[in-house]
Design a protein around this ligand. Sequence first.
Ligand code: FAD
Length: 492
Amino acid sequence: MSALPVPVQPELAAAGFDFDVIVIGAGYGGFDAAKHAADHGLRVAIVESKEMGGTCVNRGCVPSKALLAASGRVRELADADHLKGFGIHAAPVRFERQKIADHARQLVETIRTNLTRALERSGVTILRGKGRLEGPQRVGVRELSGVDRTYTARDVIIATGSDPFVPPGIETDGRTVFTSDEAINLEWLPRWITIIGSGYIGLEFADVYTALGCEVTMIEALDRVMPTFDPDIAKIAARQLIDGREIDARSGVLASRIIPGCPVRIELVDMATREPVETLEVDAVLVATGRVPVSRDLNLASMGVETNRGFIPVDDSLRVLKAEQPVPHLWAVGDVTGKMMLAHTAAAQGTVAVDNILGHERRIDYRSIPAATFTHPEISSVGLSEADAKSLAVGEGFELGSVRSYFKANSKALAELESDGLLKLLFRKDTGEVLGAHIYGLHAADLIQEIANAVARRQGVSQLATEVHTHPTLSEVVEAAYKQAVLALTGA
Ligand SMILES: Cc1cc2nc3c(=O)[nH]c(=O)nc-3n(C[C@H](O)[C@H](O)[C@H](O)COP(=O)(O)OP(=O)(O)OC[C@H]3O[C@@H](n4cnc5c(N)ncnc54)[C@H](O)[C@@H]3O)c2cc1C
């Protein structure tokens, strides 16, 4: 992605449409697109059918991180052995579930208000209602009152996001069987909760629930828990985050049927044979089995666009594709595109789309976008997985380098009595270019950014290893990896 500033294109503002840009959906992707466009002088409207801020602000990143912050404190204060290591003896911890839930709710309200005001201050017109395409450069809006209006815009950006996926056979009632949409309200603390799925959402909620004293069973259909994570990182992380918390984790089993109630009944079958394995009776179930795009009601057919299981096909400039060719003046960003479904990806895509609308050709670089799971400790990654890096190495004929840097060799981690952690760095042995990194350990979500920046600049370990890091900090885990990598370079 190239740098701004981007000058305003006056010919766009004069184009005889109701707006220069209409954005459908005011989540993180839509927000960044709309604000960026308005800040660069375009006349912008944003259409939102529910709460401003979308999933991240209302039902995702923001409330979940508030719950993790509060429950993380509870875990820390309740961990007598850990505190004893510092010579600290604390009284038994008490917490108020409702106040923890209120903390999350208040944070959501604050951020939603700030975001709405920021759009208003930038001059964005907010249209409350459900948007749909009505052919090229036309957007229909069914307002909350039921009135239908049509607006024209030179460019239309779709940013309608995603909803939780509930697999067939699972019935939700929002109270005993629910998705993250309800879990973030922390309405009650079940004595025994089963979490279906061991992706980042399942892991983060397992972190919250175990800290607050719930018994957790985790069900994973694939043959290992944490299947989307680097296998070495998953192994060391699972030791602490799952086994260390006495979570009963089962892989290779499918929850074929879940019936809400008191108790909730879960029928488990073997993933491979589909033979019944067991029936569990628990107090609650959180279904964390991924997310599906929100695109069905957009009337994409009016533009001849076909989706891929609901995901809107786009190129790296965020142009919507029809039969692999860009559709003029139609863009899509965020979860609805199915590319690294994260808030900062959506936001980055939004600004890239707008820069292209402004006439500055930009493409998004997914390889340099980091991802994090905010468990205690955290997990993060950027760039290629080891499997993809190996394929690239074979395809391009270079040798792949891989080094490990351990938190137990880091002074700051030792001082914090948090020395369980690993960084795996992947790089080209011929040029030293960093291809990817995978981290488990204290503040992994912050540590990954330095490596993400290096990946974005396609930097090599020889240069990176000369950069001085503050002592004593966790960032020296990264420095140690770069230094090890230099020793492994071909001919070093
Ligand atoms: C529990 C949880 C935790 C998460 N934690 C993180 C995290 O820590 N970090 C991170 O980066 N990501 C996180 N995510 C993912 C992140 O929330 C999403 O990637 C991000 O919200 C996607 O933004 P978006 O703009 O594409 O879509 P959304 O945020 O889903 O917004 C889409 C908006 O469009 C609106 N809309 C849909 N259809 C229409 C229509 N026809 N007309 C008008 N409006 C419409 C919706 O109401 C919604 O407001 C988390 C998600 C969950 C569920």
